[in-house]
Design a protein. Sequence first.
Length: 173
Amino acid sequence: MSHVTKLGILLCGLSIAYLGCRKEPTAPSSSAPSSKSGEGPVLAPPQQPTEGNPAGKTTSAPGAPANNTLVTEPTEGDPTANAPPSSTTEVTKDSTTAAKIKANLASLSTAERAIVEKQKICPVSGEPLGEMGAPKKVTVAGHDVFICCAGCKEALTKDPAKFLAKIGLEPAK
């Protein structure tokens, strides 16, 4: 391959790396939105505010035809104003996880279970203790510490001060 060809390939590669492979930006038009693929969803025009509904909000159930019923925004003092939307799958997942943790902690002695319930998380991974099986007990720097799995033991024993601090303990002197 000649030096000219190599230079041409190099320049082509550099220009693509610098400029990238992208479309030329198009100026927004004032005409009605088109439904070309790749441009994203076409949004409905904004709702006009009306009396009693300064935000112009409408309500309709997902999948139901819009009934254009106007609603107001939550007001100050409304306990549900900042509440996250509830989901039965989240509740089910939380209760399943809690049951799994409880079952895994049942294999520990009463004293060990008390330590785990106070410690709550693995100092190495940050995972809740009992979520990955029965927690493992490790004595390090004068403290009995529980970790989520055997894989966390090496890191804990290499730098105990760092990980003990995460659970509010200091190495024994």
